[in-house]
Design a protein around this ligand. Structure first.
Ligand SMILES: C[S@@+](CC[C@H](N)C(=O)[O-])C[C@H]1O[C@@H](n2cnc3c(N)ncnc32)[C@H](O)[C@@H]1O
Length: 365
């Protein structure tokens, strides 16, 4: 995650905080679902990465049918606390017949700004006795909770993974290593691509495919209302990018690989002399530009081994670009490369590729 990306999500969280607290206190005080709904509305308009109500509803059904009923939930990724408030409200309702029964949601957040905002919302919703925000890397916080006996073996009924995807597996493994799950515990994960990624992953603006000679062979826009470039502009863009990509690859700095000079006598000290130059990680070829970022869009380039380049233009807030790129490449392999009428390096005119690409991208919303 780049600093500018993190700054942006914190700025959105701060704007949401101002928006919620601009209403009279009683609008949301001790009304968790009203608060979740208000956060949802703001988050949808501003494309914030919260776990939206339809997914909460599905999770609520799963939690409600658990036997025994869930009492302890771990959440990886608090952000503004919207899903944590929902988990707290669900537990509160499930145990409304017995207020003595302890219910706990432990939610982990890296950012101090987000954690502070989440705590304010949780307090406003009247759930601060149930929901605790722990600031810092989730794995560290979880180890501490386990070490001090706050969370015991087999005590976790549900773990919700909604932080950066690269931490999903290690943090799930940590839960298992600490033996936190019991038979029947639930693990829920967002953004796993199935059954579909949330709207904040959108939008993918457009896709360009460039052949190994720098010629434009495919161009599609996926977002309505984009200012259109002319075909000539696209051809120039493809050719220019191809050239700049080649330049960036060739200017990748090489480091001297030093080998000791041959010794003449045993007493002569040996001085290493640069004998050759190689890339910092020999064996890994230098690539050209892989991504370009501006305030308004993110350009990601993936080059195949045969030199075909896929250029994806996405919103800077789109996080799972590698998943999108992988799928685009998979569809290209299936519907272009396996099309017996397609001639290599020529413009891609494969209706099945267009259809599956559009279908898959739509299914992600
Ligand atoms: C998708 S948002 C969470 C949304 C939240 N569950 C909701 O629905 O309101 C992901 C959050 O996880 C946090 N995060 C990412 N990696 C983390 C980690 N290793 N430990 C703790 N928090 C993390 C990010 O700072 C970000 O605020």
């Amino acid at each position: 995650m780049t600093d500018s990306y993190l700054d942006r999500i914190e700025a959105l969280a701060t704007a949401l905080h101002e928006h919620i607290f601009s209403h009279p206190q009683e609008t949301y005080s001790n009304k968790p679902w009203a608060l979740v709904e208000a956060i949802d509305a703001f988050a949808s308009t501003n494309r914030m990465m919260t776990f939206k109500t339809p997914k909460i509803t599905i999770s609520q059904q799963a939690l409600t049918h658990m036997d025994p009923l869930p009492q302890t939930i771990l959440e990886f990724g608090t952000y503004v606390g919207s899903s944590a408030i929902a988990w707290g409200a669900i537990l509160q309702k499930l145990h409304s017949d017995n207020h003595e029964r302890a219910c706990n949601v432990y939610t982990f957040e890296l950012s101090a700004v987000n954690a502070g905002i989440a705590r304010d919302f949780i307090r406003l919703a009247g759930l601060d006795q149930i929901v605790q925000v722990l600031e810092g890397p989730a794995g560290d916080s979880l180890r501490k909770l386990h070490a001090d006996g706050t969370i015991r073996e087999q005590a976790v009924d549900m773990a919700f993974f909604d932080h950066w995807e690269k931490f999903y597996l290690p943090d799930l493994q940590l839960c298992e290593d600490l033996r936190l799950f019991r038979v029947g515990s639930l693990a829920i994960a967002d953004n796993t691509d199935f059954p579909g990624a949330p709207a904040y992953l959108e939008p993918v603006f457009s896709l360009i495919i460039i052949n190994k000679a720098g010629g434009l062979i495919y161009q599609r826009e996926f977002h309505p209302g984009l200012r259109k470039l002319s075909t000539n502009d696209y051809l120039v863009l493809a050719g220019t990018f191809h050239g700049v990509h080649a330049i960036t690859r060739s200017i990748t700095p090489k480091l001297p690989s030093t080998t000791p000079a041959p010794t003449t006598t045993a007493s002569t000290p040996t001085t290493p002399t640069p004998s050759a130059y190689s890339f910092p990680k020999p064996g890994i070829l230098a690539t050209g530009i892989e991504s370009l970022e501006t305030d308004k869009f993110h350009l990601t380039c993936f080059q195949t081994l045969t030199g075909t380049k896929f250029l994806l233009f996405t919103d800077p807030l789109t996080t799972n670009i590698d998943v999108v790129m992988k799928k685009v490449y998979e569809l290209y392999s299936d519907y272009v490369m396996k099309n017996p009428f397609y001639q290599l390096e020529m413009p891609v005119r494969c209706e099945a590729f267009d259809r599956h690409l559009t279908g898959w991208l739509r299914g992600r919303t």
